[in-house]
Design a protein around this ligand. Structure first.
Ligand SMILES: Nc1ncnc2c1ncn2[C@@H]1O[C@H](COP(=O)(O)OP(=O)(O)O)[C@@H](O)[C@H]1O
Ligand SMILES: [Mg+2]
Length: 377
């Protein structure tokens, strides 16, 4: 597979091959093994930790005879849009001129959709004008099942099907999937409570139908070496101490690490000092300030106060405790409970369980947290 060279060795979107991809070796090996053994997999973690990039990495590592279809359904709102996304993904995965591609394109055309091409990129899009999407989705999946090589269907942000107005999407999708041979699924998503409910609730059709894998942060030690090496490849020196400071400041959260390193790499320097990364970090926060003030306008006063308190504290185990409420002047615990729910819903904070089983809360956006910590709200 050929990849373009990114304009900066710390890309903040997309996947550019293993040279620009840090670690995830155990996770890739594990997932590939499952897929090769006919199992489906459920990949979960907070946004911006690297699910989508890992899916692309797995595609790259899989044996070449595997077909690979990727669709992100975050923007879909109903079954019809799911069908369109699936159809488009199929055409995008199999070039019309390839030998399998010919039969794929013929098959899709046989379902009589409108096929259009993006004017700039030439990427095909399909739109089906049907009343019921269930049958064409089933037809597509059964078609894939008949190809003479295994196919992986990766569905990103899969929790979205929970929001469709049609109430039984999971039921018919699951029963179709059960009939397939040679097609395996790689489900992925960031709303862990929704996904857990979908896959671990015995009353739901997808119960135990995929092997769950919770993606953690990249090990700080491995990331540090990767950062130093990536700078060194371009003749730039970053010391271990500075790399460690960068990782601490970004809390080793992939997207934020990449963003800061990308900025630092842009500096016309051969040898970096502490003030360099600190300047870059300050500039990023300054630029993002408009978004942060916008958060404030999206929230009620109580919600904003709680968000600020959580971001200031960093990790909060007992947001409804007397101590925390008193210190941050948050009113009653009932108000805090309500605010927690809406902040979780808006993905401004996330809830995680530590190794001992204790739940805690943190601000979702690392830059926001750092910004708040430097302010006097
Ligand atoms: N292992 C990795 N090494 C380097 N960069 C990565 C890695 N994983 C993800 N990224 C980068 O981090 C950003 C966020 O990753 P992404 O896959 O979009 O997260 P998610 O899908 O979990 O929201 C992307 O820009 C991607 O380029
Ligand atoms: Mg993603």
């Amino acid at each position: 597979m050929q990849f373009q060279t990114p304009s900066n060795p710390f890309p903040t979107s997309s996947y550019y091959g293993s040279d620009y991809f840090c670690d995830r070796e155990d996770e890739s090996t594990h997932i590939i093994k499952l897929l090769e053994n006919g199992q489906s997999c459920l990949l979960m973690c907070n946004r911006r930790l690297g699910k989508t990039a890992l899916i692309q990495h797995i595609k790259y590592l899989l044996p070449p005879e595997y077909g690979f279809i990727y669709l992100d359904i975050l923007a879909t709102e109903n079954e019809q849009q799911f069908l369109d996304a699936l159809g488009s993904a199929l055409l995008q995965s199999f070039p019309e001129k390839s030998s399998v591609g010919k039969s794929v394109w013929e098959f899709i055309k046989g379902l009589r959709p409108i096929i259009s091409f993006d004017q700039l990129s030439g990427i095909p899009q399909v739109s089906f004008q049907v009343q019921h999407s269930e049958k064409p989705v089933q037809d597509i999946l059964l078609f894939l099942s008949k190809l003479d090589h295994p196919v992986i269907v990766a569905i990103d942000e899969f929790q979205q099907i929970q929001f469709y107005p049609e109430k039984n999407t999971d039921a018919w999708l699951r029963s179709t999937i059960q009939q397939l041979q040679n097609v395996r699924f790689l489900f992925s998503g960031s709303r862990q409570t929704l996904l857990s409910d979908l896959f671990s609730n015995p009353k739901k059709p997808f119960y135990k139908s995929a092997n769950p894998l919770k993606l953690e942060k990249i090990s700080q030690e491995i990331y540090r070496e990767f950062i130093i090496r990536t700078f060194a490849k371009k003749g730039k020196t970053l010391t271990e101490v500075l790399a460690e400071e960068i990782l601490d400041w970004t809390k080793c959260h992939t997207y934020y690490v990449q963003h800061l390193c990308n900025r630092l790499f842009q500096m016309d320097k051969k040898k970096y000092e502490r003030a360099d990364w600190q300047d870059c970090a300050q500039n990023i926060l300054k630029e993002q300030e408009v978004f942060f003030f916008n958060y404030r306008s999206l929230l009620s006063k109580q919600q904003w106060k709680l968000l600020v308190a959580i971001a200031k504290t960093g990790v909060v185990y007992a947001p409804t405790s007397k101590d925390f409420i008193g210190k941050n002047k948050l009113g009653s615990s009932a108000t805090v409970f309500k605010s927690i729910d809406s902040l979780l819903e808006k993905e401004m904070i996330f809830k995680e369980i530590n190794q001992e089983g204790a739940p805690y809360y943190q601000s979702y956006d690392v830059f926001f947290e750092r910004w708040i910590q430097g302010k006097d709200f």
